[in-house]
Ligand binder design. Sequence first.
Ligand SMILES: [Zn+2]
Length: 138
Amino acid sequence: MLDDGKPAPRPVVMPWEYVTMRRTAACMTIEQAARPYWHRPEHQADVERTIGALEIVGFRMKRDFFVADMSRAYSFNVDVYRQLCDTPPDQHPRLCLACGWDQWSTQYDTNGEEATWAQSDPDLCTRCEQLDRKKVIG
Ligand SMILES: [Zn+2]
């Protein structure tokens, strides 16, 4: 393809991909991620099903149904999730394409410094660059 001088469009991260990236970056299973959200054993299966649904392709949690806030289980930015659900791709926030980190969330790299955008690849955060994580989107 000829270079028309425009930067290549950024890959689009969908809401369900964001949830999966944040959970897997935390090295958690859905069962582990669900654990802070149920207190009675009879609720466990329901909660796990609801949280698992966040990762089903095409699934967008409705704003008034349930506040999809996974931040009690792992690093998760509710505002980013809502933007991915509710706005067109050209208004999506920039995310690390390996772990889903956004620049408004604090995340530490392997040196204990606050993560930022990687110099070698602007689609990765410095933590993923150091861990040699590969992009899962794009
Ligand atoms: Zn990352």
